[in-house]
Design a protein around this ligand. Structure first.
Ligand code: 1HE
Length: 262
């Protein structure tokens, strides 16, 4: 049942999962100011029972990036605040309470790629393609792309994309690191929901440590990172849920790790 956040962003609850869809297909889900703010609000105001989010796009494309129609109106000062507004919204995605899975198809370009990069897991179908057309439009990334995209694909690939307009198709994109999963056309949402179901079943402390602490440790000098790791490991293992899960394994009641094809 669609429970509309705004006309531009729909929210559907599927048990512990919130499915958010960019809903501006006539404009290829180009992100205008209202949609950025709707994203921020949706992530900041998630129901307490939500344990994972899937974000997807209506129509033929995930997202065509920034609504270029609005850009023509802004001066430098407004441009600065506009970019900071995107940062707040995409921080709400990356550093919200729960893990986020992006289901990608068609265009994942410009700000659409910046949004996808703020998710924790990206599932792409065979129609997905990735580009940073900012370079050819005479602008620069402004939605956190210079920070998040190199963490997926490296500075050299991002530099090439922005200088040459290079477009990665779905297969090249998976190899380069844009998406962790590649599925046949039309299957990204199903796979994303399946993964979200799995994440929703994790101990909340594990999800918190992985989504909030791991990226911060990556920014720390190694000796700080190791200390942070020890502190978080100690907190996580002391939680009653961790004791129960480890106990279940030792009693033969929990799933074993198996080969991917097993
Ligand atoms: C748009 C936008 C948009 C489509 N802003 N209106 N992003 C870009 O530079 C990508 C620009 N878009 C495209 O390259 C293509 O539209 C797509 C590859 C995404 C899709 O192609 P297609 O053939 O399916 O659709 P279309 O016919 O190009 O577009 C349909 C309509 O959507 C059309 O409007 P209409 O009124 O003529 O029907 C397009 O103008 C409109 N549309 N994309 C505004 N982006 C935080 S900073 C981030 C900086 C950026 O993201 S820069 C990169 C912007």
């Amino acid at each position: 049942m669609a429970d509309s956040v705004t006309d531009l962003l729909t929210l559907e609850r599927r048990g512990p999962i919130a499915l958010l869809r960019l809903n501006r297909p006539a404009k290829r889900n180009a992100v205008n100011d209202s949609l950025v703010l709707a994203l921020r609000d949706a992530f900041e105001q998630l129901d307490a029972e939500v344990r994972a989010v899937v974000i997807a796009g209506e129509g033929e494309h995930f997202c065509a990036g920034l609504d270029l129609g609005e850009l023509r109106e802004r001066d430098a000062e407004q441009g600065l605040y506009h970019s900071r507004m995107w940062h707040k919204a995409l921080d709400a995605v990356q550093f919200g309470r729960v893990p986020v899975v992006a289901a990608l198809h068609g265009a994942v370009v410009g700000g659409g790629l910046e949004l996808a990069a703020a998710a924790h897991i990206r599932v792409a179908d065979a129609t997905a393609f990735y580009a940073l057309p900012e370079g050819s439009r005479g602008i620069f990334v402004g939605g956190g792309g210079s920070v998040r995209v190199p963490k997926l694909i490296g500075v050299a690939r991002m530099t090439d994309m922005m200088l040459t307009g290079r477009v990665y198709d779905a297969e090249e994109g998976e190899r380069a690191g844009f998406a962790q999963y590649l599925v046949p056309a039309g299957h990204a949402l199903d796979k994303a929901l399946e993964l979200a179901e799995r994440l929703a079943g994790n101990a909340p402390m594990t999800n918190y440590a992985v989504t909030q602490v791991l990226p911060r440790i990556a920014e720390q000098p190694a000796d700080h990172g190791l200390l942070t790791e020890s502190l978080v490991a100690a907190i996580a293992q002391s939680a009653p849920e961790a004791k129960a899960r480890v106990g279940a394994f030792l009693a033969g009641r929990a799933e074993k790790v198996r080969r991917a094809d097993g």
